[in-house]
Design a protein around this ligand. Structure first.
Ligand SMILES: *[C@@H]1O[C@H](CO)[C@@H](O)[C@H](O)[C@H]1NC(C)=O
Ligand SMILES: *[C@@H]1O[C@H](CO)[C@@H](O)[C@H](O)[C@H]1NC(C)=O
Ligand SMILES: *[C@@H]1O[C@H](CO)[C@@H](O)[C@H](O)[C@H]1NC(C)=O
Ligand SMILES: *[C@@H]1O[C@H](CO)[C@@H](O)[C@H](O)[C@H]1NC(C)=O
Ligand SMILES: *[C@@H]1O[C@H](CO)[C@@H](O)[C@H](O)[C@H]1NC(C)=O
Ligand SMILES: *[C@@H]1O[C@H](CO)[C@@H](O)[C@H](O)[C@H]1NC(C)=O
Ligand SMILES: *[C@@H]1O[C@H](CO)[C@@H](O)[C@H](O)[C@H]1NC(C)=O
Ligand SMILES: *[C@@H]1O[C@H](CO)[C@@H](O)[C@H](O)[C@H]1NC(C)=O
Ligand SMILES: *[C@@H]1O[C@H](CO)[C@@H](O)[C@H](O)[C@H]1NC(C)=O
Ligand SMILES: *[C@@H]1O[C@H](CO)[C@@H](O)[C@H](O)[C@H]1NC(C)=O
Ligand SMILES: *[C@@H]1O[C@H](CO)[C@@H](O)[C@H](O)[C@H]1NC(C)=O
Length: 583
């Protein structure tokens, strides 16, 4: 073993070719010996290694690393067992050519109930990368397909692996391997993901903080129980108010809100850059009576981000919508207002926050019944499946109805999921001391008009971290300290992990460049580079304001980042419906 380790180091010298280093024995000799990584026993005989030429890289889902170039890499698979347990976890790695390697390791996040299955996302950055099957064959299974062994019986191994453990272990092994593979101890470790990939990133910051130098987390699907049950809330509002709006009516309400609130940020560009000003100054009832009209359409529903890939493809159901004409009703506005207000229990205590006003109301989309000619409840399976599988523990893909379901029922569901998965899926530990003390940098962003995961969910976590880590500091002191290692940005107008077809606003395109500069060159960002890709201002660069500062346009070509206490208050929530603190 010692001898071949020496060979590995030698082979990886600056001029080594990919074929020189990409051998089973080189990988075997770079494996951490049993006992090196506590609880992880590697199985050298199961190693595979093979060169791949001219591969294109997809990057991780929703990461920004896909660039259309092709790469050569060493395709490695490694198998380990948890010491004494007899299980089997397969991890795969992609090692760039020695000449391309820049002493980096890159982890991409997944989405929905999937971890990333692609190890190649780091190649554009000269980074090795990895992906894990998490011990439940995650390369072909989605976690929600294996979370129950059967009714009432939770697969906790899969749950903890999906929640945070599998990625942490994959990264630990991958870092060790990278050092051995290239014979260099210098290594920067990055994570990048959005949606559940954002949650996964936060899980790593919270649980494996010392392992990462730079983490980019977009629109994290954390506070998992509240977040998932919130996907049922729109349907519960419709059921409670007994009004099932034609989709066109809600679209009109959203469009009219965007039109009315767009100028409040100082520039009329189709983007509500200040949803807080919209919330404070615009009254939805002013839309009542506005005419709407939508042509008939046969649409294929693709879900909207937080739904699992497989079912999305299989279940991409085709639905028919007749032409819809009418005027916005008081009931339609009441539904929209209740949704934007967020869930409260019957005592009036707040249980959760909601999407910012001017966000699309995707979860509220009703279904047309061509037999009755009426619009009916359609429960989004993102929320419905969470309730059936994770709360009720029944192996069903969706709730069948909301009979007898009140707002209090939703709070109960949230509370059950909150407590049951508090130390696995919830992913809101606010004490990030190990990450911060190890010098980690966290770049957190969220589309302000995200219709799937509320932007305020990210604000609440930022506030929770600030309070947990700087309890005795003034706001200014805490902010100054945080900016050194944890920066949060709202992306005006943006939707879920991408730009918004209804608001042609900016979106960050080069987060990894920004992060690499921060980690490796000490260039701390103070604004976040984002580019407008459509509309009148296509091509414009906007340096986004770092939270808690908010943009205010001064004319059509520049904006200031302002302090606005009233605005911050509108983003600040307490969840008194729960007895436990909700971070
Ligand atoms: C490490 O432990 C595993 C599981 O017991 C075993 O299969 C493997 O051979 C061990 N590796 C070495 C290098 O001894
Ligand atoms: C990869 O692409 C290059 C340039 O197109 C080509 O010269 C080379 O033969 C390709 N290699 C393989 C193994 O296909
Ligand atoms: C990587 O190696 C594994 C194991 O041999 C193999 O199944 C997979 O197809 C390879 N991937 C590529 C892109 O060649
Ligand atoms: C809402 O606005 C979008 C364009 O931004 C348009 O395509 C759509 O037809 C509008 N819908 C309604 C109901 O007004
Ligand atoms: C919006 O306007 C309606 C009707 O004038 C009024 O009843 C309601 O209180 C207003 N809402 C807010 C938040 O001001
Ligand atoms: C809806 O209105 C459009 C024009 O506004 C009209 O062409 C269409 O026939 C109307 N459809 C129905 C079902 O009334
Ligand atoms: C279950 O979920 C699917 C996909 O989101 C949806 O089309 C269907 O209407 C839902 N079922 C019910 C009973 O609402
Ligand atoms: C699990 O429970 C659901 C709901 O009660 C039922 O429809 C299903 O048949 C049960 N599955 C099994 C395997 O018993
Ligand atoms: C709703 O609740 C009532 C009273 O608790 C009960 O009698 C009824 O069967 C329930 N209906 C459904 C559909 O569960
Ligand atoms: C902003 O991002 C764009 C797109 O990636 C890039 O072309 C531009 O150079 C970046 N600007 C700054 C100031 O970083
Ligand atoms: C800003 O642009 C709008 C058109 O989008 C124009 O009407 C307005 O005059 C411009 N304002 C200034 C100060 O240039």
């Amino acid at each position: 073993m010692r001898y071949s380790r020496a060979v590995a180091v030698l082979a990886a010298g600056a001029n080594a070719s990919l074929t020189d280093v990409c051998t089973k024995s080189n990988v075997q000799s770079a494996l951490p010996a049993n006992g090196t990584l506590l609880g992880i026993s590697l199985i050298p005989s199961a190693v595979t290694a093979g060169t791949v030429y001219n591969a294109s890289t997809g990057g991780g889902m929703m990461s920004s690393s896909s660039d259309g170039e092709t790469y050569n890499y060493c395709n490695v698979t490694v198998t380990y067992t948890h010491t004494g347990k007899g299980d089997k976890v397969v991890v795969k790695y992609a090692f760039p050519e020695p000449a391309d390697y820049k002493n980096r390791f890159y982890v991409a996040g997944g989405g929905g109930f999937s971890l990333s299955s692609d190890a190649t996302g780091g190649l554009p950055y000269g980074a090795a990368g990895g992906a894990t099957d998490a011990g439940y064959d995650a390369f072909s299974n989605s976690y929600d397909d294996v979370v129950l062994y059967g009714n009432g019986s939770i697969n906790w191994d899969a749950t903890y692996m999906f929640a945070y453990q599998a990625l942490g272990e994959m990264t630990q092994i991958g870092k060790h391997l990278s050092k051995g593979f290239y014979g260099s101890d210098k290594l920067y470790t990055y994570y990048e993901g959005c949606s559940d990939g954002g949650r996964e990133g936060m899980s790593q910051v919270q649980r494996w903080g010392e392992e990462y130098d730079g983490v980019i987390a977009g629109a994290p699907a954390f506070r998992f129980a509240q977040q998932q049950v919130h996907h049922v809330y729109s349907s519960a509002v419709e059921k409670t108010l007994d009004y099932y709006p034609p989709p066109c009516e809600l679209k009109k309400i959203v469009n009219a809100t965007i039109a009315a609130c767009d100028p409040l940020d100082g520039r009329t560009d189709g983007v509500v850059s200040r949803t807080d000003l919209c919330m404070l100054n615009f009254n939805l009832t002013s839309i009542i009576g506005a005419p709407y009209s939508c042509a008939a359409e046969t649409s294929t529903s693709l879900g909207f981000g937080f739904s699992q890939r497989k079912r999305q493809a299989a279940g991409s159901s085709t639905s028919y919508q007749p032409a819809q004409n009418g005027t916005v009703s008081a009931q339609g506005v009441a539904v929209a207002q209740a949704i934007y207000d967020g869930l409260h229990n019957s005592q009036g205590d707040r249980a959760y926050l909601s999407w910012q006003i001017a966000s699309e109301l995707s979860d509220a989309t009703t279904e047309y019944n061509s037999d009755t000619g009426k619009w009916e409840l359609s429960i989004p399976s993102t929320g419905g499946e969470y309730v059936t599988k994770f709360v009720q523990l029944l192996d069903l893909d969706n709730l069948s109805d909301l009979n007898n379901v009140t707002y209090d029922t939703l709070v109960d569901w949230m509370n059950t999921g909150f407590i049951r998965y508090l130390d696995s899926l919830q992913t809101t530990l606010p004490d990030l001391t190990p990450f911060q003390q190890a010098g980690g940098k966290l770049l957190h962003y969220h589309g302000e008009s995200d219709p799937s995961i509320p932007a305020a969910s990210s604000v609440h976590y930022w506030q929770a971290v600030r309070s947990a880590m700087y309890p005795d500091s003034s706001d200014e002191e805490a902010l100054a300290a945080l900016q050194d290692w944890y920066q949060f940005y709202l992306v005006p107008g943006a939707a879920h992990c991408g730009s918004n077809s209804l608001q042609p606003g900016p979106y960050p395109q080069n987060n990894m460049d920004v992060m690499i500069d921060w980690v490796e060159n000490g260039v701390r960002p103070s604004r976040l580079n984002a580019t407008v890709s459509s509309g009148d201002y296509a091509g414009e660069t906007q340096m986004l304001c770092q939270w808690p500062k908010r943009p205010l346009w001064r004319g059509n070509s520049s904006f200031a980042c302002v302090d606005d206490e009233k605005s911050i208050d509108s983003w600040t929530y307490e969840f008194n419906a729960f007895k436990m603190p909700v971070y």
